[in-house]
Design a protein around this ligand. Structure first.
Ligand code: C5P
Length: 239
């Protein structure tokens, strides 16, 4: 496909039209933002690393039967994907307590949860993506109850597959966020990206953070952590 005009620019990615109406090009930028873009920065090779890592993970999920928007990696920074209408809900899954849940509930970070915790957030920058529940989502017209059931089931399946993959990489999948979209024929598929920007990933032996918390909390060695995740995933996927 030929890349055409830019359709959308987000905090970390740009989306371009192609000569096919149902395919778009996603370009990964080096810009990093956190805390609803109150903290901004850039780090070396971020776009390239997230593109590479997300490509590995989407390939693995597709092989395991997960419907996604992914078509192919085009180059260092770009992917060809199916055009979808993004459902304006962030599906957050937590296997361990961390981040906003630790803060909100006053629970220590690092506690393993006996149950899989699903958070729903309304994608709305002006509001800072507030935590909502199913009823709010239906009220807002973001999804029906039936669609939410399907979305939770898909998200749960993705969590189980990702836990197994990261386990092979000696990494704990603490939590992550995904976005789902609807294709032109109305099918709900995994969209956006899965990368150290959207997951909390801790080394199993040292508990070292290998994700965007290194940027959020100014821990340094950000690029190194993303490279480490890429290398470990590559090896894990050969096993
Ligand atoms: O900030 P919080 O603890 O709620 O984040 C939970 C998980 O969702 C983390 O892995 C974080 O990186 C991810 N997340 C995200 N995009 C957001 C909010 C959270 O990728 N807008």
């Amino acid at each position: 496909s030929q890349k055409k005009e830019m359709l959308y620019e987000g905090k970390a990615k740009q989306v371009f039209a192609t000569d096919k109406p149902d395919e778009v090009v996603v370009r990964y930028k080096d810009d990093a933002t956190a805390f609803n873009a109150q903290k901004r920065g850039q780090f070396d090779r971020k776009g390239e690393l997230n593109n590479a890592i997300s490509t590995l993970i989407f390939g693995y999920l597709i092989e395991n039967g997960i419907p996604t928007h992914f078509i192919s990696k085009l180059d260092d920074r770009e992917q060809l994907v199916k055009k979808v209408d993004i459902i304006p809900l962030e599906m957050v899954v937590r296997n361990y307590v961390a981040g906003s849940m630790a803060q909100r509930l006053g629970v220590e970070e690092g506690l393993k949860s006996p149950v899989t915790i699903f958070d729903l957030c309304y994608k709305k920058d002006e509001l800072g993506d507030p935590l909502i529940n199913d009823h709010h989502a239906v009220f807002l017209g973001a999804a029906t109850y039936e669609e939410l059931n399907e979305m939770y089931a898909l998200t749960d399946k993705i969590n189980q597959l990702l836990i197994a993959l990261f386990d092979k990489a000696n990494v704990i999948l603490v939590d992550f966020k995904i976005e789902l979209g609807k294709t032109s024929d109305g099918k709900i598929v995994l969209a956006d990206e899965i990368s150290p920007d959207t997951c909390r990933l801790w080394d199993k032996d040292t508990m070292k953070k290998l994700d965007k918390d290194r940027f959020r909390r100014d821990l340094g060695e950000i690029t190194e952590a993303y490279v480490e995740i890429y290398n470990r995933l590559q090896i894990a996927l050969e096993k």
